[in-house]
Design a protein around this ligand. Structure first.
Ligand code: C5P
Length: 205
């Protein structure tokens, strides 16, 4: 069984995808990490995110440790969202994701275009969302816990900018697949969101 989990930043899709993977004993891929790895390469090489050519050259994971906390930084996330608009970058990362989705026994992948582009034939598709103010609050709390000093308003502005870029780009924009189940986590705590996700997957398979 392939489970596709898509949605905007801080919607809870990562938490839900990890919980589904544990529940169904499936391998999990956080595809945002691939885009973040390209961003981190560019940062380290001093490359220009405005250049599609340089971003394409940064699609090289030989020096990347996927456990590196820098991948999770706001800087890497912001640049990831800028370089993810390039069709050449998306194409370079697509095969890795399709191979992961195609492994025997299935997989859980979370991202922006799993249900629409990477695995349109996935048995179960979830589109996880939440109000921008709620997502900004979650991201703000998470950053504060990590000791990052920031303002809630700045986080909200960043979330809205990221939503706008991800939804309006020409190549594989963030959108709900027609056959994806919508899961709004705005008023759900972690446990309730996971239970709702499992119930939706059970209905789909
Ligand atoms: O999910 P995460 O915040 O880690 O993703 C970082 C950025 O990578 C997103 O803002 C989005 O622009 C891009 N991305 C994408 N397609 C995916 C996963 C992430 O375009 N499947």
């Amino acid at each position: 069984m392939i489970i596709a989990v898509d949605g905007p930043a801080a919607s809870g899709k990562g938490t839900i995808a990890r919980a589904l993977a544990a529940h169904y004993r499936l391998p999990h891929m956080d595809t945002g990490l691939l885009y973040r790895a390209v961003a981190l390469n560019l940062l380290r090489w001093g490359g220009d995110p405005e250049s599609e050519f340089q971003a394409l050259r940064a699609c090289d994971f030989s020096q990347i440790d996927f456990a590196d906390p820098e991948l999770k930084s706001e800087t890497a996330g912001g640049i990831a969202s800028r370089i993810s608009v390039y069709p050449a970058v998306r194409a370079a990362l697509a095969q890795r994701q399709r191979d992961f989705a195609g492994q025997a026994g299935g997989a859980v992948l979370d991202g922006r275009d799993i249900g629409t582009v990477i695995a349109p034939h996935a048995e179960a598709k979830l589109f996880v969302t939440a109000r921008p103010e709620v997502r900004a609050r979650r991201r703000f709390d998470e950053l504060r816990q990590r000791g990052v000093t920031t303002h809630y308003e700045d986080v909200l502005i960043d979330i809205r900018a990221r939503d706008d870029r991800d939804s309006h780009r020409a190549a594989a924009p963030l959108r709900r697949a027609e056959d994806a189940h919508l899961l709004d986590t705005s008023d759900l705590d972690r446990e309730a969101a996971i239970a709702a996700a499992i119930a939706l997957v059970e209905r789909a398979r």
